[in-house]
Design a binder for this molecule. Structure first.
Ligand SMILES: [Zn+2]
Length: 59
């Protein structure tokens, strides 16, 4: 499985996407264009949430 990058202005389809920079969730509809990240204005997103964005847990 390779990671797919969705860029601002593309129409990736209905779903939730995650900023590659800060991990912000962005939801778009079937015909919505990908907006810039509302948190950091990044223009690249992935369709899955990276583990590295989850908060660290103490073991
Ligand atoms: Zn961001």
């Amino acid at each position: 499985m390779s990671s797919q990058i969705i860029k601002t202005g593309e129409k990736p389809g209905d779903g939730t996407y995650y900023c590659t920079n800060c991990g912000q969730e962005v939801s778009v509809g079937d015909y919505d264009k990908m907006p810039p990240c509302p948190r950091c204005s990044n223009n690249e997103f992935t369709s899955y949430k990276k583990d590295s964005y989850s908060s660290e847990t103490l073991s």
